[in-house]
Design a protein. Structure first.
Length: 103
């Protein structure tokens, strides 16, 4: 059963499995999914639009959805250049303990 009515890519399940998220160009869409009594999929709805970094390939999602429902996505530094920057902080917990002493 097709879920996307367009050219959907980068699928990812919601934490509770009740929705399937995917991208169609600059649009992020969601489809409600039910598995009981049989598999059914609702109509796709646009959640938001924007220029975000795409998947490097293999159809993998280049985003994640936090437990509170926020989308975590890469925004190109220069939206026209196609380059992204990720800052990784190693040992952040130790730095936090040094900066915020506990009583």
């Amino acid at each position: 059963m097709p879920i996307s009515t367009g050219r959907g890519s980068e699928p990812a399940w919601s934490r509770d499995g009740s929705e399937l998220f995917y991208r169609d160009g600059d649009k992020m869409l969601a489809v409600e999914i039910a598995t009981e009594p049989t598999f059914t999929a609702g109509r796709p709805r646009v959640l938001f639009e924007g220029s975000y970094a795409g998947s490097p390939g293999a159809g993998l999602a280049n985003y994640d959805v936090s437990r509170d429902g926020r989308f975590l996505m890469l925004v190109p530094e220069d939206r026209g250049a196609g380059t992204e920057t990720i800052i990784v902080v190693k040992n952040w917990f130790e730095e936090l303990k040094a900066r915020v002493p506990t009583p």
